[in-house]
Design a protein around this ligand. Structure first.
Ligand code: HSE
Length: 291
């Protein structure tokens, strides 16, 4: 059985731990049921029962009162690890979707979202990984809730993926435990407006809404050449710029046809290698209550 899961970008500037978008760069997982677990297509150090696919698979089977038994999985994932593009969320979603598919999709998307969030710790990557599109998610009495939105086709996205990694753990450690009220207001007003503007594709307003005061000011210090990449993209007229998830991948939104050609030469001259990857939004997979 084949499962495809998209890469995801969480936060989208002002929507820390809340907003996420699924993109067309997808990992493929081919599952066969067996006794015990075996893997192809991932490093040996991940070929054990600590693997996130196994953890999610077992937890989903247990939620259905089924014995997990095991699987063989062939992983083909172009999603770079520890770059802020939801590689962990993709593994978790794949394990949960596979277990559910083997058991005639007994669990709803909401139930899968609960299982996946309990493993990932926050819902903003796993929600779009499961459901596609743009999602807004939050926690209610310890359970994730999620509302899906569309993203206008007028908006084009480009990931700038560096040759260095940053773990989400490290990128969360540097965040303050409390923030000034005015910073919270700065973000919440923008996040509320951002969902509508992403649906409409209004690039004039978009540039004001992607700004953030809750995580980017702290995290940009971990990302070599952050200012340089941002300056290059802004000088060529991007409509918005943000850190993808907890970084270090940076994301530009633009609408001009020749934006990539225009940034290419200058990006090549940076000290680190930055892969320029245009991405399209992965359309909605399913409704939250769907089985
Ligand atoms: N919202 C999470 C964070 C996403 O920014 O830490 C991690 O990918």
């Amino acid at each position: 059985m084949k499962i495809e899961v998209p890469c995801t970008s969480a936060n989208i500037g002002c929507g820390f731990d809340s907003l996420g978008i699924a993109f067309s760069l997808k990992a493929t997982f081919e599952f066969t049921r067996q006794i015990g677990y075996s893997f192809e297509g991932c490093e040996e150090c991940y070929q054990n029962e600590e693997n996130l696919i196994v953890i999610a698979y077992k937890k989903t089977m247990e939620a259905m009162n089924k014995s997990p038994a095991g699987f063989h999985v062939i992983i083909d994932s172009p999603i770079p690890i520890a770059r802020g593009l939801g590689s962990s969320a993709a593994m978790i979603a794949a394990g949960a979707l596979a277990a559910n598919a083997f058991e005639e999709n007994k669990l709803s998307m909401q139930e899968l979202l609960e299982i996946c969030t309990s493993i990932e710790g926050h819902p903003d990557n796993v929600a779009p990984a499961l459901m596609g599109g743009l999602t807004v998610s939050w926690m209610e009495d310890g359970k994730p809730c999620c509302v899906p939105y569309d993203v206008s086709e007028r908006l084009k996205f480009c990931a700038l993926i560096p040759d260095f990694m940053i773990s989400t753990e490290k990128a969360r450690e540097i965040l303050p435990k409390t923030v000034p009220l005015e910073d919270a207001v700065f973000n919440l007003s923008r996040a509320a407006a951002l969902t509508k503007i992403l649906e409409e594709g209004n690039t004039e307003i978009l540039r004001y809404l992607l700004k953030d005061k809750l995580h980017e000011p702290y995290r940009k210090k971990l990302i070599h050449e952050y200012d340089r990449i941002k300056d290059i993209c802004e000088a060529k007229g991007c409509d918005g710029f943000f850190i993808s998830g907890s970084g270090p991948t940076l994301m530009a939104i633009y609408h001009q046809e020749n934006f990539i050609d225009q940034i290419q030469e200058e990006i090549k001259q940076c000290r680190h290698h930055w892969q320029i990857m245009p991405l399209t939004v992965e359309k909605v997979r399913g409704n939250i209550n769907e089985r």
